[in-house]
Design a protein around this ligand. Structure first.
Ligand code: ZN
Length: 479
């Protein structure tokens, strides 16, 4: 282990409040026509005064509490000064000197062990607008165009300590964060819509030579997969430089999807470049202990708590519990199923394998499957009316059409054949047709029984009860 990778994340979360951070324009602007959700405040007109959105502060406090942060009763907004065409004010309102919350942590599960990732700070800020450059594929723009709709949309920025030691851990952390956002119902967490944006700082330490590389900032990783891919690429690039006895530039690089590499964007800004100073138009944010405690009390059961309860109450393995609780809808679906089946492990198996696979494949479609489907399927298997194999075969149809499994079995004639007499008749015929194989069995090569099992299954289109087929064949062969 010559190299040690050090990664810290800066994550921006778009809050799903009704209105923007400092004005009454709608905050959900994703599908709105350009420049239709704007006002003098969010476009920075002279004399317009921002007012803090209380819902935004509540959402951010909830997230801070879910991430085990210390919520500051006193925080304040500051101006981060820089010029860019999508920032009409010439500064962004953020929290620099006194953030809303500090010193939290999030535990992530890495290959069965728990890793604690510390959170340095969590603060509020506003989003900037959007630029569409000349030749943009959607707008066919002949000039650069600016859409101010996103100006002033509320964001929470979460900064971790550099506690992550692999690209995979960075991905797991971000996925877990999204799960929490969705449980809290404070953000869609959709990376492809920009509601969750992840930037990373990465450096590599050469443990043998006791030197550390410069820190590189990686941006534009707009999916969980790309977080891992981009950081893997960057990790490798830095290691190769260290092996050559060189160092990498301290800079900001972006993930380029077309070349699957990172490319240099600009030298990294220093914080002093932004000339932060207190926002004079907004009074400090003072939140009382009572308000914080009321919000703490309103938190739903979060993924980790739910996972513990699933292990304790249902006797599920930790792995099952974490898969099922990663998504609140799945967790609820599971609990309703178990009410009906009273069989937690079997229910979990069907949901974790067949159902999640189907859901992945038909992501965008409306789900027709209900807990009753899973319950009836398990009942049919338990009663020996269908085999596990048949159950797996009809699962996709049940999932896609919403037909009850009993009906599919009936329509397709897939009912399990458990009648010993019928199976014996079929088996006898097969034995008669293959006398030499029967001889092989009787002279000690008992494993040829699988040949006969296969033949019976073929003749019964897989509906014969395998347990009975084996018993019948053994009895016939050993007499
Ligand atoms: Zn506005």
């Amino acid at each position: 282990m010559r190299f040690k990778t050090v990664i810290g994340l800066e994550i921006h979360v778009q809050l799903s409040t009704k209105t923007k951070a400092f004005c009454s324009c709608p905050a959900d602007v994703f599908e709105m026509p350009a420049n239709t959700a704007i006002c003098p405040v969010c476009t920075g007109q002279p004399g317009a005064l921002p007012v803090v959105n209380a819902e935004m502060v509540d959402y951010a406090i909830k997230l801070a509490l879910a991430l085990n942060c210390k919520v500051n009763e006193y925080s304040r907004f500051d101006r981060k000064n820089y010029f860019y065409p999508d920032l009409p004010k010439g500064y962004q309102i953020s929290q620099y000197f006194y953030p809303l919350a500090v010193e939290g942590y999030l535990d992530i599960d890495v290959d069965g062990t728990t890793k604690r990732v510390r959170i340095r700070r969590l603060h509020l800020e506003e989003d900037a607008g959007k630029l569409m450059h000349e030749g943009d594929s959607i707008t066919q723009a002949k000039y650069s165009l600016v859409d101010m709709n996103r100006c002033g949309v509320p964001l929470v920025e979460i900064v971790t300590e550099p506690d992550l030691s692999s690209p995979r851990e960075a991905r797991i952390f971000t996925e877990k964060l999204r799960s929490i956002l969705r449980y809290l119902k404070i953000s869609s967490g959709d990376m492809e819509k920009g509601a969750l944006r992840c930037d990373a700082n990465i450096s590599v330490v050469d443990v043998e030579k006791k030197v550390s590389s410069n820190r590189v900032e990686v941006k534009n990783m707009n999916s969980f997969k790309f977080i891992e891919k981009a950081l893997e690429y960057e990790e490798q690039r830095i290691k190769e430089a260290l092996v050559r006895g060189e160092n990498v530039e301290k800079e900001t690089r972006g993930w380029d999807l077309s070349t699957k590499t990172t490319v240099s964007m600009r030298g990294k800004e220093e914080e002093s470049d932004y000339r932060y100073f207190p926002e004079p138009d907004i009074p400090p944010v003072v939140v009382s202990r009572e308000r914080i405690e009321r919000l703490r009390f309103s938190l739903p059961e979060l993924p980790d708590q739910k996972k513990q309860r699933f292990v304790q109450d249902y006797g599920l393995p930790e792995y099952d519990a974490s898969v099922l609780t990663a998504d609140e809808w799945i967790a609820n679906f599971f609990e309703v199923c178990v009410e009906l089946t009273k069989k937690p492990k079997e229910t979990s198996n069907w949901i974790m394998t067949e159902m999640l696979r189907e859901m992945k494949e038909f992501e965008s479609e409306e789900l027709k499957i209900k807990p009753e489907h899973i319950a009836e399927l398990i009942r049919l298997v338990d009663r020996g009316e269908i085999s596990i194999k048949t159950a797996k075969e009809i699962f996709p149809e049940m999932f896609r059409t919403g037909k009850m499994p009993g009906r599919i079995v009936e329509e397709k004639g897939l009912k399990q054949l458990s009648d010993e007499h019928t199976i014996t008749e079929i088996a006898k015929k097969i034995l008669e047709q293959n006398p030499h194989v029967v001889d092989q069995y009787r002279s000690g090569k008992t494993n040829v029984i699988s040949f006969f099992v296969g033949q019976v299954m073929k003749q019964t289109r897989g509906t014969a009860n395998p347990k009975i087929v084996n018993e019948v064949l053994r009895r016939l062969l050993e007499r």
